[in-house]
Design a protein around this ligand. Structure first.
Ligand code: S3P
Length: 165
């Protein structure tokens, strides 16, 4: 079984995923890193600028396809995977899907000084995206974990307890 973390940009998928994989002695896999490797570009902004978002989404799907037979891995996804049902099928095959939910106001604070997310450059558009995706995260989640005000460690422990039940 794998644990698949979904949620909006800045929801803590990578930080929680790393801690969780340590606690469970699972492999930690970050989809964005694999997409970046496949792209041959230097960073995610560059993929969006030079190749376009559809090219990024295609690579993302290829990466997900390659992960469907993984086992004992914590997979941190990109915030957009829920917009592609094929990706969600691949990830759900052998995975429990955990939605890390955070209010948009908190996400805005967390990403304030970061410039590495092409879809967060315009905060108004990002908020629209957040609103339009909320129901998708809910739809795919086996378990929803509200994380606001909790430490990374506490969120990881909550996930461990939830998957045992
Ligand atoms: C995206 C989220 C990013 C990255 C890309 C697109 C999105 O990942 O995959 O910039 O569509 O929400 P994080 O959720 O890790 O920031």
């Amino acid at each position: 079984m794998n644990i698949v973390l979904i949620g909006f940009m800045g929801s803590g998928k990578s930080s929680v995923g790393r801690v969780l994989s340590d606690k469970l002695s699972f492999e930690f896999i970050e989809m964005d890193v694999l997409v970046l490797q496949k792209s041959g570009r230097g960073n995610i902004n560059e993929i969006f600028e030079k190749d376009g978002e559809p090219a990024f989404r295609k690579l993302e799907q290829e990466v997900a396809e390659g992960l469907q037979n993984k086992n004992n891995a914590v997979i941190s996804t990109g915030g957009g995977v829920v917009e592609n049902s094929v990706i969600m099928d691949y990830l759900g095959k052998n995975g429990r899907i955990i939605f890390l939910s955070v209010p948009f106001a908190e996400i805005k604070k967390r990403l304030k000084d970061l410039n590495d997310r092409p879809l967060f450059k315009n905060k108004y558009k990002a908020e629209e995206l957040y609103i339009s995706r909320e129901s998708l995260y809910d739809k795919y989640a086996d378990i929803k974990v509200p994380t606001d005000g909790k430490s990374i460690d506490a969120v990881a422990n909550e996930i461990i307890t939830a998957i045992k039940n």
